[in-house]
Design a protein around this ligand. Structure first.
Ligand code: GLY
Ligand code: MN
Ligand code: MN
Length: 441
């Protein structure tokens, strides 16, 4: 199995420390378990920044980076071993084993944070932290600072600057390493196979949720413990609800079903959308809209290459979709004007791309100052144009046969030195290829 080596985690910490101001400290809390109700918790998901720097998956941990600290620069706070708790919830690594296992310089029980962290912060003039993510942690850090300030007359020096960690760390996360790319290929491949399974299992009369179960089955049997986000399985007009997650309606013959689903594999997300006919055959009207979205998807992928800016693929997709909608008599007027005045947004209201990585909507700036940033090798983004003609938004001018159709086609795309590699390419997207797959026994 591919995974990120502890050397790579160490390199990530080193890189961050090299870019931090001399005399500064970074504090990166892990996630805590979230209560679902009474004493039942949601499945635990580690904080993405913390995970990126440690690969450590237990709750209630904290990473502290203190560049050039003689007694050790990277310090982990984590839960102590506790046989009773371990009997209930599973193994706890404990600080002692964490030093070798996680590769940090030092480790302490998280219960000692109050005692130890103020001393680490004292005399550091700048604190890097992910502000606003964990209000109770932010408040704790402030209380340490206040405490140090209270002793200022005795020579203690509180930090005077708080800087968002995102400027440094999220710029690192946007460029995927070779090992990360391997994991993302795997996440895309498992997700693609789940879409294939859904295409081959769908039957009129099934519940949307039954198809979701097929996706989950494929994720889990391939070592992906969860979906990267709530799966969208929308039959008929439900496909026009962009974040439809109820998945509780019956799938009817003659309708399309839109599935937007991807697994989380080793903490990396897949994010794929395919839209296919419940009874295995696209109608003529469905095909017409579908082929516009497909052309938009392909035009956008064509511009996924170094040197193009982030929004160029989206702009190309919009152009193709607007021209197609005019041709079908769904939009009326001049394409440039419809784009400029935003009237096309009625039928295609969302952007075509976002960064993809440990988070499905991954971190990283989209613009520098007022300019879209250029695409560069190692970046991974989605391409996901869509057209949605719901009864609610369609005006009287929309030909009846198109009403109720919602189609999105979403791929995961890695920017390479020469262009791009579509990580989700193994799942078909041409109508004839999908129809053939759906006929397979
Ligand atoms: N399913 C989330 C997205 O496509 O952005
Ligand atoms: Mn998606
Ligand atoms: Mn997406």
């Amino acid at each position: 199995m591919v995974s990120i080596s502890s050397r790579e985690y160490a390199r990530r910490r080193r890189r961050l420390m090299n870019e931090m101001e001399p005399g500064s400290i970074a504090v990166i809390p892990g996630a805590s378990q979230q209560r679902r109700n009474r004493d039942i918790f949601y499945p635990f998901r580690q904080d993405s920044d913390f995970y990126y720097l440690t690969g450590f998956c237990e709750p209630d941990a904290l990473l502290v980076l203190v560049p050039l600290r003689e007694q050790g620069e990277s310090i982990l706070f984590c839960r102590e071993k506790d046989p009773k708790l371990e009997q209930r919830d599973g193994a706890i690594l404990g600080p002692e084993a964490a030093i070798a296992s996680i590769g940090v310089d030092d480790a302490f029980p998280v219960a000692d944070e109050d005692e130890i962290l103020p001393g680490l912060i004292e005399s550091r003039h700048r604190i890097y932290m992910t502000m606003g993510e964990y209000p109770s942690f932010d408040a704790r850090v402030m209380s340490y600072v206040a405490h140090i300030r209270g002793r200022e007359s005795g020579g203690a020096g509180p930090p005077g600057e708080f800087v968002s960690l995102k400027h440094l760390l999220h710029e690192h996360r946007i460029y995927k390493s070779a090992a990360e790319i391997q994991l993302m290929r795997q996440a895309a491949e498992i997700s693609a196979n789940a879409h294939l399974r859904a295409m081959q299992r769908v039957r009129p009369g099934m519940l949307e949720g039954e198809l979701e179960a097929e996706l989950v089955y494929e994720f889990m049997r391939n070592g992906a413990p969860a979906a990267a986000y709530p799966s969208i399985v929308g039959g008929g007009e439900n496909a026009c609800v962009l974040h439809y997650v109820n998945n509780n309606c019956v799938l009817n013959a003659g309708e399309l079903v839109l599935i937007d689903a991807g697994c989380e594999y080793e903490h990396y997300a897949g994010d794929i959308t395919r839209t296919f006919p419940v009874d295995g055959r696209y109608s003529a009207a469905q095909k017409e809209i579908y082929n516009i979205v497909l052309a938009a998807n392909l035009a956008a992928i064509d511009l996924c290459r170094p040197g193009e800016h982030f929004n160029a693929p989206h702009e190309a997709a919009v152009e193709v979709m607007v021209e197609g909608l005019i041709e079908l008599g769904i939009l009326h007027g001049d394409a440039d004007e419809l784009i400029a005045d935003g009237s096309y947004l009625l039928f295609s209201p969302h952007k075509s791309s976002h960064w993809l990585g440990i988070d499905v909507h991954d971190v990283g700036e989209y613009r520098f100052h007022d300019e879209w940033r250029p695409l560069e090798p190692g970046m991974v983004l989605t391409i996901e144009p869509g057209i949605y003609i719901s009864r609610g938004t369609a005006s009287a001018q929309v030909p009846e046969q198109y009403i109720g159709i919602g189609i999105r086609i979403e791929d995961d795309v890695l920017i390479t030195h020469y262009g791009c590699d579509v990580l989700s390419k193994s799942i078909a997207k041409e109508t004839s290829a999908i129809e053939l797959l759906m006929q397979a026994p």
